[in-house]
Ligand binder design. Structure first.
Ligand SMILES: Cc1ncc(COP(=O)(O)O)c(C=O)c1O
Length: 382
């Protein structure tokens, strides 16, 4: 029996998307490819709400994040970045490796930096060249909720604004152009509900100019090369993962058919339902209330609950997959993804399976209270 994949990626992939991969090989230097790739690019831009450029890299999310660093950061550039977990830590590391002079705004793992803390960093560093952030810190279940207000800070001296949206784009609102975001990326296996392997990166006109004028010493992640091939022939410079692009195109069709607004509302309702339902069976969220993510719900383990046994039982007895904690949080939290194909069925089955697993492991729970609390948040979904 198939798993219910409630991980913070990969997520459940609709059959329609899986079937799209079952297509004959084509020449990636032909009109067949042009039709496929152009659609991927255009739909990506609609999901990111940008009129800029999009590149659909054949890579995991880290590839797109790395591209967003090496194509922007120049040696000695001062870069502000909030850090409160594994992925923001990795991003800060990549920026340092690219020669950036990193100013970290560090907060504890369950809390995102406040806008005031970010403003203070800008006040103290008027020579800042770029602001980077991990929108959704997947490792801790926190998210930044003021992406629409960063432009006031970056526009002080035209600093670049870069958003690692790897676990959240498609599940929450992103208005790249309106919010003044210069570069943003995600991975196909998260809220886009496609298989892993395609990672789109979107780039504003001014960021593109910067990238073309300052190409990085990287062959695969040289975005100027992708722009050139696209402009000249609607091709990619290197051999793309064709079956994955078919799946990716189909996943984006589904997103656009549903409509971005409806999709985001559905994600938010499911996330409220998961917090409410899991709370009602006695679990507490790891993240502070103002920082809580709508797409990754990190929960504290109850005393005496052993991570591998809990998740192993949930997977083998109930076919529900959730993720463990990262780094220092390993063994003390687990994480439930609320991304892509989430609806009433996914939420209810997850809550009841977790509740049953807890009961099997000696922690009495009230499953009915959990399901009722969740249902009260899901009424609007139909
Ligand atoms: C915020 C964030 N950035 C980057 C990544 C890296 O993505 P990948 O594992 O696809 O390389 C992840 C993966 O979970 C993530 O959540």
């Amino acid at each position: 029996m198939e798993y219910l994949v409630m991980l913070p990626g990969p997520t459940n992939v609709p059959d329609r998307v899986m079937r799209a991969m079952h297509a004959p090989m084509i020449n990636h230097r032909s009109d067949d490819f042009v039709g496929l790739y152009e659609r991927c690019v255009e739909s990506t831009k609609r999901v990111f709400c940008t009129s800029g450029d999009a590149v659909c890299l054949s890579a995991s999310g880290t590839g797109a994040v790395e591209a967003g660093v090496v194509n922007v950061v120049q040696k000695g550039d001062k870069v502000i970045i909030p850090v409160n977990g594994e992925f923001s830590g990795r991003l800060a590391q990549m920026i340092e490796w690219a020669g950036g002079d990193v100013v970290k705004v560090e907060t504890p793992p369950g809390r995102s930096a406040t806008l005031d803390e970010i403003r203070e960093a800008f006040d103290n560093n008027p020579d800042t060249r770029a602001f980077y952030c991990v929108w959704n810190e997947t490792s801790t279940g926190t998210m930044i909720k003021y992406l629409d207000r960063i432009k006031d800070l970056t526009s002080r001296n035209d600093a670049m604004y870069i958003v690692d949206g790897v676990s959240i784009v498609g599940g929450e609102e992103l208005q790249m152009d309106k919010w003044g975001v210069d570069v943003a990326m995600t991975g196909s296996q998260k809220a886009l509900a496609a298989p892993p392997g395609i990672s789109p990166i979107c780039v504003s006109a001014r960021a593109k100019r910067h990238m073309v004028a300052n190409p990085p010493r990287s062959m695969y992640f040289n975005l100027a090369r992708y722009f050139k091939y696209y402009e000249e022939a609607r091709h990619t410079p290197f051999t793309p993962a064709l079956p994955l692009l078919y799946a990716y195109r189909e996943a984006l069709e589904i997103i656009l058919e549903e409509g971005l607004e409806a999709r985001i509302e559905r994600h938010r309702a499911c996330s409220r339902a998961l917090y409410a339902g899991l709370g009602a069976i006695g679990l507490s969220p790891f993240a502070e209330v103002d920082s809580r993510s709508t797409v990754v719900i990190a929960l504290n383990y109850l005393d005496g609950l052993e991570d591998a046994r809990f998740r192993g039982t949930l997977a083998s007895r109930f076919r529900v997959l959730v993720a463990g904690g990262f780094g220092d949080l390993k063994g003390s939290v687990f994480r439930v993804g609320c991304m892509g194909e989430v609806g009433r069925y996914h939420v209810m089955r997850t809550i009841s399976a977790i509740s049953s697993t807890l009961a099997m492991m000696g922690h009495a729970t009230d499953t009915q209270a959990g399901l009722e609390a969740a249902e009260s948040e899901l009424r609007g979904l139909g």
